[in-house]
Design a protein around this ligand. Sequence first.
Ligand code: FMN
Length: 247
Amino acid sequence: MEKNRNGIRPDRETAYVSLPPSTMLNPAPVVLVSCAEKGRPANRNMVTVAWAGTVNSDPPMVSVSLRKERYSHGLILESGEFVVNLVDEAMAKAVDFCGVRSGRDLDKAAETGLSYLSAEGMETAPAVAGAPVHLCCRVKQVLELGSHDLFLAEVAAVQVRKDLLDEKGGVHLEKARLIAYSHGLYQQLGSVIGFFGWSVARQDVLERRLAQVAVRPAEGSRSRLASAGKPHPKKTVRKPGKRQQSP
Ligand SMILES: Cc1cc2nc3c(=O)[nH]c(=O)nc-3n(C[C@H](O)[C@H](O)[C@H](O)COP(=O)(O)O)c2cc1C
C-alpha cells in the first residue's frame, strides 16, 4: 500500500470520512451549574452545561463555557461564583429542563422539584440538593472565545453526598450513577472496566482493586486484563506516602 510522506496511509485509504471542524469531543460531563444574583442571593438559578472541564490540579480549577445570552452568564459574571453540581440518572429529566428553559422566565427549582442548599465558601451561589458532588467555585478569569465565554474558576470547596463515602472517608463515585452527554444524548456510564493504572498494575494490586469494584470487562478487554498483572518493563517507583495523581 502506498504511503504518504509521513509514512502513513493517505486519508482516502482509511475507513473515515472528513466532516467540517466541530466540537465532537465526547462524552461530555453534563452538569448543573447553580448561581445567584449578587446582593439578592434569593434570586437563584441553575443552568445545564456540557462544556465544562477540569483544567488544573493545583490549585484545583475547572472551566465552564457559557453563551453571553444565558441568564446564568450575567449572574456568574456579577457574583464571581458558581457551583458545579454533578448529576445522576434520577436528576436527568430535571437536567434537561434546566437546559431548555431560562431562569429569566421561570423558577427552575419550582418547576423541577429540585431545591437549593448552602454551598461551602460561597457568598452567593447555592448548591443543588441531592446532587452527588458540589464543586464550589470562584471565578478567576473570563475568556471571550467567540460563541461562548470561558469562566476559569478555582474550586474553593467540595461537598460529597454522605452515602458515597466509605467508613475511611474514601469517595466512591462509581456508586453515584453519574450520567454523561454524548452527541445530543444523555447516557448512563455503564459498568466499571478498569481503574487508573490497571494496564500496568502488579498482580496483587490488580486482584485487590478488582475485588473492590464490580468489574465487568468490556468485550475484547479480557485479554488485556489478564496480562495487566505482568511486571511492567519500566516500572515507575512511587514516592512513599504520595498518592498517584490522575493526569
Ligand atoms: C445537555 C445540555 C448542555 C448544555 N450545555 C451548555 C453549555 O455548555 N453552555 C451554554 O452556554 N449552554 C448550554 N446549554 C444550554 C443552556 O443550558 C440553556 O440555554 C439554558 O436554558 C440557559 O439557562 P439560563 O438562561 O437560565 O441560564 C446546554 C443545554 C443542554 C440541554
